[in-house]
Ligand binder design. Structure first.
Ligand SMILES: [Fe+2]
Ligand SMILES: [Fe+2]
Length: 272
């Protein structure tokens, strides 16, 4: 929040993820209108959040990687009047995102500094694949940024689309971030990294690994059932994750979902 001394400020972040928008806003994903879900979640954010320091958009922004979908997403997030950062998910095409935003747009920056904190956005996309992986250049960027942020004595939040840790749903395992050894070797060398947030799993998720919070978030579209070993939709409503970053390195966080509304959804669907 705004403060004269930004090193003492608490910074409020919002995570918006997996909106899966289409070029045509009336197209449905397993029965759900994803544009409606995003609109409702953005209204929910407006209703509950006074001042947002940044909106972290963690991928699968568009289901069809269309310019129209990216433009409509940008327009919607602009309504929150906050800095935004975008990373691609497996359904996105990074070049198309750049085309929609313009290559110099700050939403495409890798890092954001907020008082005592640094945020690093990681691209885990492997073109044409559902699973994710951090490329050598992405790992190099991460190592470089972490070194800098450590020298600057900042706490760190990482954001990436694919889950780097297993979740309870067996079917999602093959779709997770693969070859995570180097990622964990790099981050385990630091004690100022406080959380890794991700999208992709379409569900609220929280574990602690090596003193670092690992956080999944509800999508603004369809929700996956947290514990089924096969693809299964959950009746939970769309939502977002909020995070308050404290100047002493502590994080308060939670998810908030749309209430009082029933979305059209094909619960018998075997995939998406
Ligand atoms: Fe997704
Ligand atoms: Fe995904």
């Amino acid at each position: 929040m705004a403060s004269q001394d930004s090193s003492q400020a608490i910074h409020r972040l919002i995570q918006i993820t997996d909106s899966h928008l289409f070029a045509d806003e009336n197209t449905e994903l397993v029965g759900m209108n994803c544009q409606e879900g995003l609109t409702d979640v953005v209204e929910l954010v407006k209703e509950h959040e006074d001042q947002i320091d940044a909106v972290l958009c963690t991928g699968d922004i568009a289901q069809d990687a269309s310019l129209l979908a990216y433009n409509r997403f940008a327009e919607k997030i602009d309504e929150l009047r906050s800095p935004q950062l975008w990373i691609p998910g497996n359904h996105d095409i990074p070049g198309r995102m750049q085309e929609a935003l313009g290559t110099e747009h700050p939403a495409l920056n890798h890092t954001l500094r907020l008082g005592k904190w640094g945020v690093v956005m990681l691209n885990s996309c492997v073109e044409g694949c559902i699973y994710g992986k951090l490329s050598e250049s992405e790992l190099e960027m991460l190592a470089k940024e972490l070194k800098l942020l450590h020298q600057e004595e900042r706490y760190v939040l990482l954001a990436v689309h694919h889950n780097p840790v297993p979740v309870n749903a067996e079917w999602l395992q093959n779709h997770s971030m693969q070859e995570t050894e180097e990622f964990f070797r790099i981050i385990d060398a630091y004690d100022n990294i406080k959380a890794v947030i991700f999208g992709h799993i379409h569900q609220d998720f929280k574990i602690v690994r090596n003193n670092v919070l690992m956080l999944g978030a509800p999508s603004t579209s369809i929700q996956f059932h947290p514990e089924h070993d096969y693809f299964s939709l959950d009746k939970e409503n769309p939502g977002y994750r909020w995070l308050s970053l404290h100047p002493n390195g502590q994080i308060a966080t939670g998810v908030r979902r749309v209430v009082g509304k029933i979305y059209k959804l094909d619960l018998s669907s075997k995939g998406y």
